[in-house]
Design a protein around this ligand. Structure first.
Ligand code: SF4
Ligand code: FES
Length: 255
């Protein structure tokens, strides 16, 4: 005869389920030029499941506590690149950072990425970043007539620049670079990554032009190989390696 399980025993109470919620403090660097010229830290204690993401916590604050909290986000799934911010001192995407992974027992510090002008709270002026991106001509350049069929490429040739196709232009790399912090004129890692993506594309014929652009005093030679960019990239792109490959192409003119 089968032994009755606990939930089938008459009168037995269901085991209580522990609440997954804990109290976490988000310590956010607030800045509103219409109120004060100084930024200041503000604490927000929230009840949240630590398996949620930092972005969920920010939404909770914005929707339930303070609607003036300002930050960018769109896809919420690590694709659009709009919610890069400095979380516990490190550049990350808020939508890809689980609260449980960043020591929620202590206040979690959240501030805007560095090196770009803060407009409000966690929102920075991205214009210089996108200008550097545009300056390296991030599009296919070809000469001659348009082919009647697609431009063919071997699997090996495609592999040559596969890593740098993954960039989502979040600016986590560029805004973690000490050279960029000190002098916003430097093109920055993200622009070089996107130049790399076309320089090493066998179908492209604008490599020489891009290399000359990056041969500038504000180009690749400013890189000090600190690897901050590679550590910060949420897409796992080997950013420093890509920069080194562009430097090498400039010396050898082989790419
Ligand atoms: S290289 Fe990585 S960190 Fe830099 S902009 Fe692209 S995705 Fe973001
Ligand atoms: S919201 Fe799109 S990458 Fe995070």
């Amino acid at each position: 005869m089968a032994t009755p399980t606990l939930d089938k025993v008459e009168g037995a109470k269901p085991a209580s389920v522990a609440s997954p919620y804990i109290t976490v403090t988000f310590r956010i660097r607030r800045y509103n030029p219409e109120i004060s010229s100084e930024a200041e830290w503000q604490d927000f204690p929230i009840e949240i499941d630590p398996k949620e993401r930092v972005l969920d916590g920010l939404h909770k604050i914005k929707w339930e506590t303070d609607g003036t909290l300002t930050f960018r986000r769109s896809c919420a799934h690590g694709i659009c690149g709009s919610d890069a911010m400095r979380i516990n001192g490190k550049n990350r995407l808020a939508c890809k950072t689980l609260i449980k992974d960043i020591n929620p027992e202590k206040p979690i510090t959240i501030e805007a990425i560095k090196g770009l002008t803060v407009l409000k709270d966690l929102v920075v002026d991205m214009d210089p970043f996108f200008q550097a991106y545009r300056d390296v001509m991030p599009f296919l350049i070809t000469k001659g007539n348009e082919p009647t069929r697609e431009r063919l490429q071997s699997a090996e040739d495609r592999e040559r620049f596969d890593d740098t196709t993954k960039c989502i232009l979040c600016a986590a790399c560029t805004s973690s670079c000490p050279v960029f912090w000190n002098d916003g004129q430097y093109f920055g890692p993200a622009a070089i990554v996107n130049a790399h993506r076309f320089i090493f594309d066998s179908r492209d014929e604008g490599g020489e032009q891009r290399l000359e652009i990056l041969n500038d005093k504000d180009g690749v030679w400013r890189c000090r190989t600190t690897f901050n960019c590679t550590d910060a990239c949420p897409r796992g792109i080997e950013v420093t390696k890509a920069i080194q490959e562009v430097k090498r192409a400039l010396i050898t003119r082989r790419f």
